[in-house]
Design a protein around this ligand. Structure first.
Ligand SMILES: Cc1cc2nc3c(=O)[nH]c(=O)nc-3n(C[C@H](O)[C@H](O)[C@H](O)COP(=O)(O)OP(=O)(O)OC[C@H]3O[C@@H](n4cnc5c(N)ncnc54)[C@H](O)[C@@H]3O)c2cc1C
Length: 304
């Protein structure tokens, strides 16, 4: 039996494993894909302390080498069910079943896609799902933000300090975001920093090596126009990977609810990183959550 099973080998899971292994615990990471999580699809990381610039795959490899060099066990299997309520936690994968005294959930989240022509081909070449991560690359450039909730509005406000001009594209004529954010957006519209493109949907992303324009369809007029942009930031929501954790308390958006010590609603089950109801979803915060959780896990194991 393991002391702790960690589900997900992204930055949060790997940091938790690093801390637990260094405190002498028997740890297993289960990962359905490759090590690194979302870092693997990140071309430029410029906000992880210690590196002025590093590509996500290299950072993922460094973290993975660090944990395997100290003996963390990693098995590449997809977790498909969990029995988390009892004192012994049972984790079922597509191939096996494992038992542990506690579990750390670090399964991350997946950005919702526009599902339009050109989007996948130009991802990381101008198509981005994270303005905080990639916004700085578009200093004095023209960019588009897609979405009508708080994330898209916050992305616009963030980008207004970086980009020359922002098109905010929303499929309705009213925003779902907080009033204060909408007010700030309207102020920037008056200053011609932001142009609102309402009742509209992106139908194609154009560009050869990188994004050069987007095609936008207006639902009221049925007209399609082309906007020249250097980047498009998609902020139409994220889906946390939580379907298999039905017993745990989740918020309205499906994120697992944790307290400040990364404890969930079930004793012996801890969670952190993008899958939890955290305020900021970044590599550094995912790592921080993993470290914080390790402390709670050690306290839990001491009393087990
Ligand atoms: C395009 C892009 C660019 C980004 N750029 C930056 C940046 O520049 N700086 C920054 O700080 N952040 C950036 N981020 C955000 C950052 O990558 C995430 O906040 C961070 O990776 C979250 O870490 P995590 O460990 O919580 O989850 P993830 O990185 O999502 O890792 C979760 C892991 O769990 C695995 N998993 C999920 N379900 C299961 C299951 N059932 N069984 C087994 N394994 C499972 C997944 O395969 C994955 O490997 C970017 C994100 C994207 C998408």
């Amino acid at each position: 039996m393991y002391d702790c099973i960690i589900i997900g080998c992204g930055p949060s899971g790997m940091t938790c494993a690093l801390y637990l292994k260094r405190s002498g615990k028997k740890v297993l990471i289960l990962e359905r894909s490759m090590p690194g999580g979302q870092m693997v699809i990140t071309t430029n990381v410029e906000n992880y302390p210690g590196f002025s610039h590093i590509d996500g795959a290299s950072l993922a490899t460094s973290m993975f080498e660090q944990i395997t060099s100290i003996g963390v066990e990693v098995i590449f299997e997809d977790v498909i069910a969990c029995d988390l309520k009892g004192k012994v936690k049972r984790v079922k994968t597509d191939k096996n079943q494992y038992e542990s005294k506690c579990v750390y959930i670090a399964t991350g989240a997946t950005s919702r896609l526009l599902n339009v022509e050109g989007e996948k081909r130009l991802t990381s070449k101008g198509v981005s799902y994270c303005a905080t991560c990639d916004g700085a690359l578009y200093k004095e450039k023209v960019v588009a933000v897609v979405g009508g909730g708080n994330t898209s509005l916050e992305d616009c406000l963030y980008l207004s300090n970086v980009a020359k001009k922002i098109y905010l594209i929303h499929r309705r004529d009213e925003f779902r975001g907080d009033e204060i954010l909408v007010k700030r957006i309207k102020e920037l519209e008056k200053q011609e920093k932001i142009e609102l493109v309402l009742n509209s949907q992106v139908v194609e992303v154009l560009g050869d090596e990188k994004v050069s324009a987007i095609k936008v369809f207006n639902k009221i007029t049925s007209n399609t126009k082309t906007l020249d942009v250097d980047a498009v930031f998609v902020a139409i929501g994220r889906t946390p990977d939580t379907e298999i954790f039905g017993d745990l308390k989740r918020d309205d958006y499906g994120y697992i609810v944790v307290d400040e010590n990364k404890k969930t609603s079930i004793l012996g089950v801890f969670c952190g990183g993008d899958v939890s109801n955290t305020h900021l979803r970044q590599i550094v915060t995912a790592c921080g959550d993993g470290a914080t959780a390790s402390l709670s896990i050690n306290e839990y194991l001491a009393k087990y």
